[in-house]
Design a protein around this ligand. Structure first.
Ligand code: 0A1
Ligand code: ZN
Length: 858
């Protein structure tokens, strides 16, 4: 059967809900196979006198329905696949519904489901309608109380939003708990968890002296591994007080870790639910990247309490209002916890690899889209990461102080409301007196702006002229674009490193800046888009000499790193196209010198040693040949390793005697070691396998162990098999670490490897982390394997997607986005990718997946 793509929802169709839900009282009688949910809704008409009451509902079995105590006959309502409609309801009344749901059969992981034998929920964006009949839209905000009953022995801990109330025992070994949330909230922030957990507890005293009870709930035996998440939570709470003046507003804050989760985590009011991958960590089982991710995701969810929960979105088109802003906040938190330039570079690597690719393909959409097919597919790099960049530009334009004033006004004016991007900008217009109309094109125009740069220097007059031209490429549904307002920090730097710095607001199609330098001046270096001020693609034709000068003279760490990247990119492209057989010795020398020169800042040195990967190179040349790009990248890595061999020997030869600490300093040292391990693995050196195996054996932490294992996974031979078998035997009972075992093989192998991994007894279609550790690690991080010209990579992923989509549509759809670049591929892979997409289009896909396939084929 062929599935039709879902009907699109339009921003312009927004209308307010004609009723207010003054109070929601929920009662859950929890049983895995048949949970009874009773909802008492106190409703008051606020719109037209003849408006019908429309409630969303999906996969619910209606048991009873009554208004003000009187049961309704079937003729009084219309029940469909998607909800319940009641005509002629009174102006103020209480509606009581009882429904039955089956959490144990809920494999979509949306609504109430079971994970590891415990109950949990996921309601964003539209999961609450799978729990009860309700206006499941973010602009309907209400007060919730919850009473739940469950078997006491199996589910001793019962949690929901807000503040705990009465608890007690009932018949048949069951018990109950009541929770009351004093803050009005939309249904997507509702949460409930029930189960047997180990609990890691702590307290936080807020700036006004309130003591908050904090708890992280994890699987039995995992409590020690929750310490870092707790520490991150306390630092987040403090940071939000110091940086934004925001205090926590309930007496308790609970986190629950679950094994089966579609995303990273969820900001439910007072009860954040996390993918356990972003809670559990210790030295032996987690990498520094895991520690960093936990820190930033804990912060992200906590920060949502103000940007998302207290002030939420009027409709899902405004998703970036909470997500872009909250990502911006968590990125700044991480920058304050660690190194600001290193954080900035990592954020940009991610943006370029994921968001720029999205912006350049058939799935491109604006930061605030005006239409969508399936809401789950709106949780994109564009909404999150580009959304954060836009806030970063806003802050740079306004300056710290005015930005903070605008935020204060926003919190003040809109607390308790569901608002729009326009409401948000009105606050900044008011405090600054500026007009942000043109700037707001960043929300409505998709595509990454390209800015080309031309420079001239007149030695007689000592005049420097810089001409900027901007162009926003056409994207689906948007052919003619207006010029954007692009803020760019710039500088002129002389040979001694002296400089003049300013910010340019580039608002027309073209702009020429001229500078007259004092007598005796030499041609300066022009530094543009410092710290990656704006999320643009800079097109600049610099000769090699100027590029090398830039590495030496740039005072902006981002641009210095980017100068190395630009050189490496050109080299990899030349190698991949055959216009050059071997890497240029002088260039490799320059990169190596940059790495060794930065060795007093090992985290930065590690970033310099990390060559741009195929994801980033994909956009540089069309058509793209991922196989050739990957081979060329490895060649350059091998050459770089050749230059760095001695340095690598000495860095890798030192073994740390310090006790393990996940903080920035030690993590930086390990980052450099792992970067060098990566180069060693790509070096093709005879001794690589043995060296990697001994590094693997000697490693005292997961960061270095995994780097060595990844290196080995990409080689052939006995050392590879030994290490993989050893790792599997050691970690077989730790699912998060086993995800890494699957991931390193999928990230380095071919279609046959994936087939083997998918047939492994521990591969589980119901666990998104496991599916992603195979299918996403292959299709999104191993582009040479996935885009194999014979189509084998597509076929093996297609097979997994078809199965995963049946179990969990959000997961199936997410994996499908790996095909988004198919049109940019070299002809063979392109034809195979298209054939695969056409087969998928003809298959019986979920709505979410059909939406991606139809847009991808566009
Ligand atoms: N609001 C969460 C992301 C999230 C979105 C959807 C989910 O399930 C369909 C789960 C989480 C965040 O930004 O962290
Ligand atoms: Zn978020």
């Amino acid at each position: 059967m062929r599935t039709e793509a879902p009907v699109a929802v339009q921003l312009s169709d927004y209308t307010a809900y004609p009723f207010e839900i003054e109070q929601v009282d929920l009662r859950f009688d929890l049983h895995p196979d048949a949970t009874l949910v009773r909802a008492d809704l106190k409703i008051r008409r606020t719109g037209a006198a003849d408006a019908a009451l429309e409630l969303d509902g999906e996969a619910l079995e209606l048991k009873s329905i009554a208004i003000d105590g009187a049961p309704l006959p079937e003729s009084a309502y219309e029940l469909t696949e998607s909800g319940l409609t009641l005509q002629d309801v009174p102006n103020a009344f209480t509606l009581v519904t009882e429904v039955e749901i089956a959490p144990s059969k809920n494999t979509a992981l949306s609504g109430l489901y079971m994970s590891g034998g415990r109950f949990c929920t996921q309601c964003e964006a539209i999961g609450f309608r799978r729990i009860t009949f309700y206006p499941d839209r973010p602009d309907v905000m209400s007060r919730f109380t919850v009473r739940m009953t469950a078997d006491k022995e199996t589910y001793p801990i019962l949690l929901s939003n807000g503040t705990p109330g009465e608890t007690g025992d009932v018949d048949d070994g069951r018990h109950f708990a009541v929770w009351d949330d004093p803050h009005k909230k939309p249904a997507y922030l509702f949460a409930l968890c029930a189960g047997d957990y180990d609990v890691y507890r702590d307290q936080f005293t807020t700036m006004s002296g309130k003591v908050i009870d904090l708890a992280v709930h994890v699987d039995k035996g995992d409590a020690d591994r929750a310490a870092w998440a707790m520490d991150s939570l306390k630092r987040s709470m403090k940071w939000d007080e110091e940086t934004y003046g925001r205090e926590y507003d309930l007496g308790v804050f609970n986190i629950v870790a679950v094994r089966d989760f579609n995303f990273g985590a969820m900001e439910n009011k007072g009860l954040n639910i996390f993918n356990s991958a972003y809670v559990l960590a210790d030295e032996a089982s987690a990498t520094d990247a895991d520690f960093e991710a936990i820190e930033s995701i804990v912060a992200h969810e906590y920060f949502h309490n103000w940007t998302g929960n207290r002030i939420t979105c009027r409709d899902w088109f405004q998703l970036c209002l909470k997500e872009g802003l909250t990502v911006f906040r968590d990125q700044n938190f991480s920058a304050d916890m660690r190194s600001r330039p290193v954080q900035r570079i990592k954020d940009v690597i991610r943006l370029r690899a994921r968001q720029f690719a999205e912006d350049a393909g058939p799935l491109a959409h604006s930061v605030r889209p005006e239409t969508y097919g399936a809401i789950d597919n709106l949780y994109t790099a564009t909404v999150y990461e580009k959304g954060a960049e836009v806030i970063g530009m806003l802050r740079r334009i306004l300056g710290e102080e005015t930005y903070r004033k605008g935020m204060d006004l926003y919190f003040d004016r809109h607390d308790g409301q569901a608002v729009t991007i326009e409401d948000f900008y009105a606050c900044f217009e008011e405090v600054s007196g500026d007009d942000f109309t043109q700037f707001r094109l960043w929300y409505s125009q998709a595509g990454t702006p390209e800015v080309s740069v031309e420079e001239s220097w007149n030695p007689e007059t000592r005049e420097v002229a810089v001409t900027l031209k901007q162009r926003v490429p056409a994207t689906p549904g948007q052919t003619n674009k207006k010029p954007m307002l692009i803020p760019m920090e710039m500088a002129l730097i002389d040979d001694e490193g002296n400089m003049a710095e300013w910010i340019t607001l580039f608002e027309d199609e073209e702009l020429t800046l001229t500078f007259d330098l004092p007598e005796g001046s030499e041609r300066p270096l022009v530094s543009i888009n410092r710290d990656f001020t704006a999320p643009i693609r800079l097109k600049r034709n610099l000769d090699r000499e100027t590029q090398l000068a830039m590495i030496r003279l740039e005072t902006d760490p981002f641009n210095q790193w980017d100068a190395v990247q630009a050189l490496a990119k050109q080299e990899i492209l030349a190698l991949s196209e055959g216009s050059q057989a071997e890497p240029d010795d002088a260039l490799v020398d320059a990169i190596a010198a940059a790495v060794t020169g930065a060795s007093d800042d090992p985290a930065f040195a590690a970033l310099l040693a990390r060559l741009p990967d195929v994801n980033e190179l994909f956009l540089e040349r069309q058509p793209a040949d991922p196989v050739a790009l990957d081979a060329a990248r490895k060649k350059l890595q091998a050459a770089l390793y050749g230059k760095l061999r001695q340095f690598a020997d000495s860095v890798l030869g030192e073994s740390s005697t310090q006790a393990y600490d996940p903080g920035a300093e030690q993590a930086g040292e390990r980052a450099l070691r792992t970067a060098l391990i990566g180069l060693l693995a790509a070096s093709g050196a005879d001794e690589a396998g043995d060296r990697l195996l001994s590094l693997y054996k000697a490693a005292t932490n997961m960061t270095e162990k995994l780097a060595a294992l990844r290196g080995l996974a990409g080689l052939d031979g006995e050392a590879r098999e030994t290490a993989l078998a050893d790792f599997e035997a050691e970690w077989t009972s730790n699912p998060l670490v086993m995800d890494k075992w699957f991931g390193v093989q999928a990230g380095t192998g071919d279609a046959a490897t994936i087939e083997k991994l998918a047939a492994h007894s521990a591969f589980d279609l119901r666990n998104p982390n496991r599916v992603r550790s195979v299918a996403a690690a292959f299709a999104m991080q191993n582009l040479a394997g996935f885009h194999a010209p014979d189509g084998s990579g597509y076929r093996v992923v297609e097979d997994i997607i078809l199965k995963a989509d049946k179990v969990n549509p959000a997961l199936g759809a997410r994996l499908l986005t790996a095909f988004e670049q198919w049109r940019s591929l070299e002809p063979k892979a392109k034809a195979e990718a298209e054939a695969c997409l056409r087969r998928l289009q003809a298959a019986d896909l979920s709505k979410n997946s059909a939406d991606i396939v139809s847009r991808a084929l566009g």
